[in-house]
Design a protein around this ligand. Sequence first.
Ligand code: NAD
Length: 246
Amino acid sequence: MEFDGIKALVTGGASGIGLAAARLLAERGAAVACLDLNAAPDPFHTVKADVTDDAAVRTAVNEAAQHLGGLDVVVNNAGIGAQGTVEDNDDVEWHRVYDINVVGMVRVSRAALPYLRESSHAAIVNTCSIAATAGLPDRALYSATKGAVLSLTLAMAADHLREGIRVNCVNPGTADTPWIGRLLAKAADPEAERAALEARQPSGRLVSPEEVAAAIAYLAGPLASATTGIDLAVDGGMQGLRLRPR
Ligand code: NAD
């Protein structure tokens, strides 16, 4: 996993899985910029943008490419959670979450593709989720957005294969990020809720952001040079063993 000379843009790079990916890529030699609503911690250059704002995304991606001197890798990772069945979220909420989790990745990819075409090591890695295929209870909207990310990954892998741009995604299980911290903080009994989340993982523990980052870096890097259009589960066995949390 050598990334010397590789220029990488990580969306949602200010927190959680994105920040862990930015750190790992930088540690292995990549020049990294983060696209986020919030500033990523030092030493990362942040281009601030909301992925729902097409003009802001274009400006931010161009600025990142200028700062880095091009783009080889895009990690499309910015995303938000949503709870509930189809009865719990109205159309406005469906459109809002879909706009961030799916169209956000489309906007960033569209702005980045002209730069990636200039690269001889071009790769896009999308952060999907086991929710795409697991049939998770109480996650209809979130699961549908991640199902779309999985389909988008496959379609883009096909479209850009002959251009030398690989497109893959990672499917994390429940990962111990600030997002989960915020979810637990809202629970009546956060410790019991954490124990429940751990218990529904086949491995009996949450995935770490660093474990997801390792899969992202593998798919983004030269070791995966013949790999495109796959989803790599980082979920303590849930997808591979076809286990469904209750
Ligand atoms: P996080 O909340 O810790 O980090 C998400 C980052 O995305 C934040 O820095 C936030 O500012 C940024 N972001 C959110 N909305 C944005 C927007 N509109 N424009 C620009 N930036 C925006 O969350 P995380 O757990 O690290 O999640 C990262 C990705 O991993 C998401 O796509 C999520 O769906 C996916 N995922 C997370 C888990 C989990 O259990 N944590 C599991 C599976 C998949």
